[in-house]
Every structure is written in structure tokens, then in C-alpha cells.
Design a protein around this ligand. Structure first.
Ligand code: NAD
Ligand code: DAU
Length: 354
């Protein structure tokens, strides 16, 4: 039986990954290490609460003692590091926590893995450390060159405090590979969407606001482009890289599914108007001041993961967005619960008075 130490497993992608892995493999054990920040919600894992293969440990990835103890107790074969502060707007307001969690937290995990896994002759067994990174580390592409994409050899050029912290973490992971030969992979994925995404991110925020007939805040001219991937396709790619990826390599993950933000917002409006309430119209769109340093376009070239590992996205955007809208319609209470408390104040500060 293999043991996976999954960090950030109560967040959006982490919880989808745990549910996917427990369904796909019977003989595994997952240690879910999560601090439960505003973005972590154990309710996402209700369906596996009685599954003894899922063990939850509330801990901060920056806490070396707690992480060391978890390694000693469970002796994981794999680490999949999802834990992070993940929202760009928050990073612009408060960069420090992004540096702490995303850089120091990753370094703490790397040290624990090296200490636990390295044998007396300096070699490692079949273990692996997978760092879940992002396309944002590459910076921004131009709208004028739609045929140019991020490849694994595109130079790192992060612009936001969030992406700077993720790029720094990636560099530490690479350094532990070349200095200590720690077996690693880094995955860099494009924008994810799907169930359990915290409603501060574009797609769930727009669905939630539209259902309340509230303004839909579109930054700048709405023409910034993001490359959207259904979250389960991301989980499948991580599973493949973990088990079949060449050790030491970086893999980009994306499905050539680029859309301007305004087109996403209009798609959501039109589906909700048909399905729920004809009062949901484009009148709700409100252009607001732009995000500082707003990257214009992201676009991933997935050729390497497709050619080497045979990964292709399986969920079309039409299917994925319909399923996502359906999920949020059936889980409005979940949205209410996760957006109570601290998030409400943050939300108010961000959008009121614009
Ligand atoms: P999320 O914000 O939904 O979840 C983050 C999780 O990490 C939460 O459960 C939170 O409680 C936990 N966490 C935060 N700080 C922690 C700490 N110090 N110790 C332990 N746990 C902590 O994020 P997400 O959208 O699921 O993203 C997961 C990972 O994937 C991140 O590393 C992010 O950079 C990366 N990523 C996200 C996307 C995307 O579109 N969402 C795309 C590519 C890569
Ligand atoms: O590309 C991968 C990244 O995608 C991940 O690394 C990040 O963790 C994840 O948060 C996401 O970052 P983005 O900044 O691209 O996602 P967000 O949903 O915040 O914004 C998507 C686009 O929509 C972006 O161009 C900003 C715009 N936007 C966002 C919000 C929240 C709006 O116009 N209005 C909004 O209210």
C-alpha cells in the first residue's frame, strides 16, 4: 500500500484530487495535511469522512516540527503539495502571507522529505515530491500573438506577489533536485474550474453573484484571457505525472481552452437566465477598476505531457461549465457557509465603493 501526503487537501483542487484518488485506487492511504485557512473546508470531503484510507491532520506546512512528526508517523511514499495562498487579489493586498506559506511552507516540506527519504548512501527509493505550481510563473502572453504559448522552457517572469511566491517555491524545488537529488516533479497548470472552488475566483463568484442578482465585477476591459481546465482533468494529470512522469521534470498542464473573461461572464449569464431566472441579464455586468499588474493572457502548450504521458483533457468546456453551474445551483448552502465570517468583510472591502 502506498501512502500519499497531500497538503491543502481541504481546498478546491486538493479535495477534488483526494476524492479522485480514493475512487481510482483501492489500496492507498492519504494523509491530508491542511491548516484550514478561510479557503480550506472539510465539508468538501464529507463523502469520504468514514473512509479509513483518508486521514486528516490539521497542521501548517510551515511548522517543521508538526511536518516532521507526520513524516515519522506515516512514512509517506509521495508528497503532493497543493497547500498555498492561491488568490492573486489577496496577494496584492497582503504579500507577506504568500511568501510565508508558499515559499517557507514548500521549503519546510522539502526538508522533511529529504530527511525522511534519503538513505545512508545518499540515494532515494521510489518516493517522489510533486509541487503543484501554476502557469502564472511564466508571466503574461500577448493578445496579438495567439499562436504563442507557455512551454516548459519559457523563462520564469512572475508579476504578482502570488506568482512570485509560486516561482520562488519552484526554484527551491529545482534546487533540491539538483543539490540533493531529491526526486521531484513540478506541474504548472492553467486556470481550473469545477466543484468546491471558493467563490472569490471568477467563475464561482459570477455564478453566486448572478443568482443573488448582484453586480458582476469585471476587471478592466474584460478582455484578459485565461486558459480554463476542468479540475478533474488537472487531477488526472497530476496522478499521471506522479506515477509516470520523468523524475526531475516540469510538466505544463492545459487544454487549449482560452477565453476572454467577459465571454465567460456572458456564458454564465446566459445559462443561468435560461435555467433559473430571466432577470439574470448582462445589465448586471459592472466594469470595475483593473487588477494591479493584471496579466493579459495565459495560454499553455501541453505538448510535453500529451506526447510523453498520453494526457489529454477529457471534459469539454461546454460540459464542464454546465456541470459546474449545476453543482453551484445544488450547493448554494455550501457557498453561504464558506462565505460567512472573514470572507464577507474581505469581499465588502474589495467591491464596495468601486
Ligand atoms: P485553495 O485556496 O482552494 O486551497 C488551498 C488550501 O491550502 C486550503 O485548503 C488551505 O486551507 C490550505 N492551506 C493554506 N495555507 C496553508 C498552510 N500554511 N498549511 C497547510 N495548509 C494550508 O487553492 P486551490 O485553488 O485549490 O489551489 C491549490 C494549488 O494549486 C495551489 O498551490 C495553487 O497555486 C495551485 N494552482 C491553482 C490553480 C487554480 O486555478 N485554482 C491553477 C494552477 C495551480
Ligand atoms: O492560472 C492559474 C491561476 O488561476 C492559479 O495559479 C491561481 O491560484 C488561481 O486563483 C487563478 O488565478 P487568476 O487570477 O487567473 O484567477 P481569478 O479567478 O482570480 O481571475 C480570473 C480572471 O478574471 C482574471 O483575469 C481576473 C478576472 N476577474 C476576477 C475576479 C475575481 C474579474 O474580472 N473579476 C473578478 O471579480
Amino acid at each position: 500500500m502506498k501512502t500519499y501526503l497531500v497538503t491543502g487537501g481541504a481546498g478546491f483542487i486538493g479535495s477534488n484530487f483526494i476524492l479522485y484518488m480514493l475512487k481510482r485506487y483501492s489500496n492507498i492511504r492519504i494523509i491530508n495535511v491542511d491548516k484550514l485557512t478561510y479557503a480550506g473546508n472539510l465539508e468538501n470531503l464529507t463523502s469520504v469522512k468514514d473512509d479509513s484510507r483518508h486521514i486528516f491532520a490539521q497542521a501548517d506546512i510551515c511548522d517543521a516540527d508538526a511536518i516532521g512528526e507526520l513524516f515519522a508517523t506515516y512514512e509517506p511514499d509521495y508528497v503532493v503539495n497543493f497547500a498555498a495562498e492561491s488568490h492573486v487579489d489577496r496577494s496584492i493586498d497582503s504579500p507577506e502571507i504568500f511568501a510565508h506559506t508558499n515559499i517557507t511552507g514548500t521549503l519546510t516540506l522539502l526538508n522533511a522529505a529529504r530527511e525522511a527519504w534519503q538513505t545512508a548512501d545518499g540515494s532515494y527509493g521510489t518516493c517522489k515530491f510533486l509541487q503543484v505550481s501554476t502557469d502564472e510563473v511564466y508571466g503574461s502572453l500577448s493578445l496579438d500573438e495567439p499562436g504563442i504559448f507557455f512551454t516548459e522552457s519559457t523563462p520564469l517572469d512572475p508579476h504578482s506577489p502570488y506568482s512570485a511566491s509560486k516561482a520562488s517555491a519552484d526554484l527551491f524545488v529545482c534546487a533540491y533536485s539538483s543539490t540533493y537529488q531529491l526526486p521531484i516533479n513540478i506541474t504548472r497548470c492553467s486556470n481550473n474550474y469545477g466543484p468546491f472552488q471558493f467563490p472569490e475566483k471568477l467563475i464561482p463568484l459570477m455564478i453566486h453573484n448572478a443568482l443573488q442578482l448582484r453586480a458582476l465585477p469585471v476587471y478592466g476591459d474584460g478582455l484578459n484571457v485565461r486558459d480554463w481546465l476542468y479540475v478533474i482533468d488537472h487531477c488526472k494529470a497530476i496522478d499521471l505525472v506522479l506515477h509516470k512522469g520523468t523524475t526531475g521534470e516540469v510538466y505544463n498542464i492545459g487544454g487549449h481552452n482560452e477565453h476572454p473573461n467577459i465571454a465567460i461572464v456572458k456564458t454564465i449569464i446566459s445559462q443561468l437566465a435560461n435555467q433559473v431566472d430571466s432577470a439574470i441579464t448582462e445589465e448586471l455586468i459592472q466594469y470595475v477598476s483593473d487588477r494591479k499588474g493584471h496579466d493579459r493572457r495565459y495560454g499553455i502548450d501541453p505538448q510535453k505531457i500529451t506526447e510523453e504521458l498520453g494526457w489529454v483533457p477529457e471534459t469539454s468546456f461546454e460540459e464542464g461549465i454546465a456541470q459546474t453551474i449545476e453543482w453551484y445551483l445544488s450547493n448554494e448552502e455550501w457557498v453561504g457557509r464558506v462565505t460567512s465570517g472573514a470572507y464577507q468583510d474581505y469581499y465588502k472591502n474589495m467591491y464596495e465603493g468601486r
